[in-house]
Ligand binder design. Structure first.
Ligand SMILES: Nc1ncnc2c1ncn2[C@@H]1O[C@H](COP(=O)(O)OP(=O)(O)OP(=O)(O)O)[C@@H](O)[C@H]1O
Length: 482
């Protein structure tokens, strides 16, 4: 039997390597065993690794010195030792999950081979060659740990992503418009009809009715849904800033333009641009917008280079735009360009039957937001909510439910009758809108002990910024009475 897994030598003396220099030079530890399992040579690397000296082991059965226990400390009987098994059956072995023990009682992981040695076809001993694989094991362990961490992180990210997508789907999904009234069903079918075209849509409706929600659904149901929907609230910028916000600017186009900046039009290319509060655009910005719509191209502020665009435009306003046209505040040609497909979002008072659906949707959202386990509202509460006229529409409903959710001490919300104060007492004479508004604001303030701002303040309940509420109070002459 001659193959690469056995050593063949001519004389017993040859079992001791002729070239001691070579034996001394190799980095692997080498033990030679005779047929009785006694050590016949030990190289310096083996001495270094185990701490056992040549003279301590020569002529001895050394399993008990360096191989007496498994890594967990349990006894390692000699009959099971691969090196001694090679002595018995002459079969070479390669082992990588084992430990050798040092003289000082510590152990180290080893990779070793046990190779039979033959002389004239007869087995005369075994050579064991071993390597300390501590560093390799440490590297493997840290790699495994790193992989486990990466896997845990990737699972966490996947879960978060799933959660965020679910939240997003709930906020903006194609079923995110709650309501079963005919008027809402009709609006949803209009959305589905026009979503997948490139037609410009003008969404009108009172504050808080869901115009932005409609815009998100139009984008989501369109074939542009994998591209961004970029929103701009035209009321949030001064005319000069709005222009650079929409069209971007070149470096140095005006004081403060320290670098070139892309505008929202460019960012929305191939996607949807949602211009909220469109009635607030200055006449100058209206002219520019008209040109972009007509020519599908524009220039950055401070540049003469035209940039081509492919944009689906959606605009929204709570104003009566035709009235603004009459007043000379809005360009008629722009109005007609925007009003290609009008969608009117009905006020909540025209669809009280949607309130139960909205309440259930909003309570679910509040449970997530506030970490509560609310089940809904009581029957009487639902009646009370359906009897109210909701000047602030769905946003006001959200605010009322949030306020009662924060205060709730049971899983079923109890909401008292919500009234515009003194409605009954003065019902016989018709009142102006300002009077009604003043009464409603005063009543709300009284209920909240005249707190204006903060989550439990009147501004939040009325769905207005605190600054707007203060200016409305000033205008309507409302002062604290209690
Ligand atoms: N039918 C609906 N189903 C579920 N949520 C709705 C519905 N309508 C409105 N909402 C929610 O009410 C809130 C107000 O809606 P949104 O911001 O779309 O109103 P808006 O008309 O754009 O208001 P504003 O004119 O003040 O900007 C949002 O949180 C929106 O998700």
């Amino acid at each position: 039997m001659t193959d690469s897994t056995q050593l063949n030598i001519d004389s017993h003396a040859d079992f001791l390597p002729e070239n001691k220099l070579l034996l001394n030079a190799v980095g692997e530890g080498i033990y030679g065993f005779d047929l009785n399992g006694n050590a016949v040579f030990i190289n310096p690397a083996a001495e270094r690794m185990t701490g056992w000296k040549n003279e301590e082991l020569l002529g001895r059965n050394i399993h008990d010195c360096h191989h007496h226990s498994h890594a967990d400390g349990s006894h390692y009987p000699q009959e099971e030792c691969p090196i001694y098994n090679t002595l018995n059956d002459g079969i070479a072995r390669e082992i990588s999950h084992d430990v050798f023990w040092r003289k000082d009682g510590s152990s180290f992981p080893v990779h070793y081979t046990s190779t039979p040695v033959y002389k004239s076809g007869e087995l005369i001993g075994v050579v064991a060659i071993f390597r300390d694989i501590t560093v390799q094991k440490q590297t493997e362990d840290s790699l495994r740990q790193a992989l486990e961490q990466v896997q845990a992180m990737s699972e966490k990210l996947a879960n978060e992503n799933h959660y965020l997508l679910a939240e997003l789907a709930d906020r903006t999904g194609d079923v995110g418009i709650s309501g079963e009234s005919d008027i809402i069903k009709q609006m949803i079918s209009q959305i589905k009809l026009v979503a997948n075209t490139s037609s410009t849509v003008l969404i009108t409706g009172e504050n808080g009715t869901g115009k932005e929600l409609v815009a998100r659904n139009l984008h989501k149901l369109s074939d542009r849904s994998d591209k961004p929907m970029v929103s701009v609230n035209c009321a949030a910028f001064s005319p000069a800033l709005l222009e650079s916000e929409l069209f971007g600017h070149e470096k140095g186009a005006f004081t403060g333009a320290i670098s070139r900046r892309k505008g929202r039009f460019e960012l929305a290319d191939k996607g949807t641009l949602f211009l909220d509060e469109i009635a607030e655009l200055s006449l100058e910005a209206q002219s520019k917008l008209l040109r972009v719509i007509q020519e599908q191209e524009f220039e950055r502020v401070g540049s003469s280079e035209s940039i081509k665009l492919d944009i689906r435009l959606i605009a929204a306003t709570h104003h009566d735009l035709l009235k603004r046209v009459d007043q000379g505040l809005f360009r008629m040609d722009l109005f007609y360009r925007l009003n290609v497909f009008p969608i009117k979002v009905p006020p909540l008072r025209e669809r009280p039957n949607d309130i139960p659906y909205l309440v259930s949707h909003i309570v679910n959202e509040l449970n997530r937001k506030l970490g509560k386990k609310l089940k809904g509202v009581s029957k009487q509460s639902l009646k009370n909510l359906m009897a109210y006229t909701w000047p602030g529409n769905v946003r006001e409903l959200q605010n009322v439910l949030e306020r009662f959710s924060i205060l709730a001490d049971s899983q079923i919300l109890r909401i008292p009758k919500i009234t515009i104060s003194n409605t009954e007492a003065t019902a016989s004479r018709s009142r102006t809108l300002s009077e009604l508004e003043a009464e409603h604001i005063t009543h709300t303030l009284q209920q909240l002990n005249w707190r204006i701002s903060g989550p439990l303040g009147a501004a939040a309940l009325l769905g207005l910024p605190a600054s707007t509420l203060r200016s409305r109070m000033k205008k309507l002459g409302i002062q604290r009475t209690t």
